[in-house]
Design a protein around this ligand. Structure first.
Ligand SMILES: Nc1ncnc2c1ncn2[C@@H]1O[C@H](COP(=O)(O)OP(=O)(O)OP(=O)(O)O)[C@@H](O)[C@H]1O
Length: 253
């Protein structure tokens, strides 16, 4: 079979326009995101912040999975919570836990599902799935039952499913948690070749070094935004300072 390499970075990567305007999100009487305003058209965006700072909530709003309580979050001018059809081509999201993402019994079915949602015929979806598996060197996984895969392997299935759909931006919510070093290196390499934008939530600042734009959240508010080389050193020194104390009560905020 001809090796289709749709995701190899022959062209410059392009980011999506992200526009947050006084974005607020509350649930159960708790203000989780507090009046966030921020704009970016960077190709590689990182999101940092302590546990519970609101990173995943922001990711879900950007992907259109939950609606803002007030204010707005637009991707390339679209409110994806209101337009689920456009959302399919604009954004793909990789959840922290692949078990929250995978719904089909086999790898092939899981990858094909998103493609069918995009309007591909059964035949087209099968071909795109095969090409995607071949690109990732995992053709032999097609008929494999997802239930026998490890967490890291399931992460890869989710990544392949998202990449196959070629969204303009992929949102990654701590995609490397629980993944061994070689697999992480491979995933990073695949992702670095992705021609669309990446919005990557990470706890390890090393995963975001060289990124065009970082947004640092704490307690639902923006602490700092800017290039990785400007924001990450401040973030690291703040985290180290906090880590030097024994108080983890912030986790139970
Ligand atoms: N639907 C909800 N109802 C109540 N509280 C919620 C809801 N969704 C999120 N939260 C709370 O909002 C806060 C932010 O959660 P979120 O998952 O966005 O944080 P995070 O920065 O991604 O954290 P982590 O780094 O631990 O993954 C947490 O305290 C969480 O418990």
């Amino acid at each position: 079979m001809k090796m289709d390499r749709p995701h190899v970075n022959m062209n410059p990567v392009t980011g999506s326009d992200i526009a947050l305007d006084n974005l607020c999100y509350s649930a159960d009487g708790k203000d989780i995101l507090k009046s966030i305003s921020w704009q970016s058209d960077a190709a590689r965006v990182g999101v940092v912040g302590r546990n519970g700072s609101g990173k995943s909530t922001l990711a879900r709003i950007l992907a259109g999975l939950i609606e803002a309580s007030s204010g707005s979050a637009l991707i390339n001018g679209h409110d994806l919570a209101k337009d689920r059809k456009v959302a399919l081509t604009e954004v793909g999201i990789l959840f922290q836990n692949p078990d929250h993402q995978i719904i089909f019994p086999t790898v092939q079915e899981e990858i094909s599902f998103g493609l069918r949602q995009l309007g591909q015929s059964r035949n087209e979806a099968e071909q795109t799935t095969q090409a995607t598996l071949a690109y990732f060197g995992k053709s032999h996984w097609a008929e494999v039952s997802v239930s026998v895969l490890s967490q890291g392997q399931k992460h890869l299935v989710c990544l392949m499913a998202v990449c196959a759909m070629k969204p303009r931006m992929i949102i990654l919510d701590e995609p490397f948690s629980g993944i061994d070093i070689p697999t992480k290196m491979q995933l990073k390499r695949y992702l670095s070749h992705y021609e669309g934008g990446l919005l990557h939530i990470a706890h390890d600042p090393d995963d975001l070094s060289g990124y065009d734009q970082i947004i640092w959240l704490e307690k639902g508010s923006v602490v700092q935004t800017g290039k990785a080389c400007d924001v990450l050193p401040d973030y690291i020194s703040e985290m180290n300072a906090l880590g030097g104390s024994d108080d983890i009560s912030d986790l139970a905020r």
